[in-house]
Design a protein around this ligand. Structure first.
Ligand SMILES: C[S@@+](CC[C@H](N)C(=O)[O-])C[C@H]1O[C@@H](n2cnc3c(N)ncnc32)[C@H](O)[C@@H]1O
Length: 216
């Protein structure tokens, strides 16, 4: 897998590099705002909430979710999924030694190993642009099925551009089908096909979309 090849290439410095790189990229994706705040503000994590982060990568977001949940409700259960053990190892090392345990699952997000209607909130952040069009819909359908009926999916990724900066960024990535499909078809195309609709939407730099979705 590409991630593991890069990891071997960088050797021991990889973990430090990727942590810094991912935080710096968050500054771009949020146009200088606090990325995790854009994703988490206003979301209620209650005492019995169950929260899922799909494609958790190096765990920036799940670490911030842990902080939010710990200060609000130490009873909530947090789950993070990635198909790469390397990513999960790094993500695990980010977590604070608090009361909360985060349950990591190494699996393919195209087949999530959770019962239907298990989660109150599910995050799919900077993940869909790693997939071809059909798998994007499949992952969103899996998230939908694992979501409680009144639950929320937080989706953040590159979208159809509607600004000059957005168009330049999309043009620069046009040779990568996993990304160009986001920019040409738009995220709405994928989440509608998965039986979801937007209840809130915001865009940064005319290309990075932040959605809160619910079941249709
Ligand atoms: C850009 S990273 C995710 C970033 C992370 N959500 C964050 O907010 O920092 C994309 C991750 O998706 C994972 N991934 C790619 N394809 C996957 C699949 N089919 N199932 C699960 N994880 C996958 C990769 O291993 C990688 O860690």
């Amino acid at each position: 897998m590409a991630v593991e090849r890069v990891h071997r290439g960088f050797g021991r410095n990889y973990s430090g590099f990727i942590k810094i790189f991912s935080r710096l990229s968050y500054l771009l994706f949020s146009a200088g705002a606090d990325f995790s705040r854009l994703l988490l503000d206003g979301l209620r994590i209650g005492p019995s909430s169950r929260v899922l982060d799909v494609g958790c990568g190096v765990g920036n977001l799940i670490a911030d979710i842990q902080k939010k949940a710990d200060s609000a409700n130490p009873g909530a259960a947090l789950f993070a999924v990635d198909r790469s053990w390397e990513m999960i190892k790094i993500a695990r090392s980010r977590l604070s030694a608090g009361p909360r345990r985060v349950y990591f699952v190494a699996c393919d997000a195209l087949n999530l190993p959770f019962k239907p209607e298990s989660f109150d909130i599910s995050f799919t952040v900077l993940f869909l642009h790693h997939l071809m069009p059909e798998p994007k819909i499949r992952v969103l359908s899996e998230c939908r099925s694992a979501l409680k009926n009144n639950g929320t999916i937080v989706l953040m990724d590159m979208d159809k551009p509607d600004s000059i900066i957005g168009m330049v960024l999309a043009f620069s990535r046009r040779h990568i089908p996993m990304i160009s499909s986001n920019c040409e078809l738009g995220l709405e195309h994928f989440f509608k096909a998965a039986g979801l609709r937007a209840k809130w939407h915001m865009k940064k730099l005319g290309i990075f979309s932040y959605y809160r979705l619910e079941k249709l």
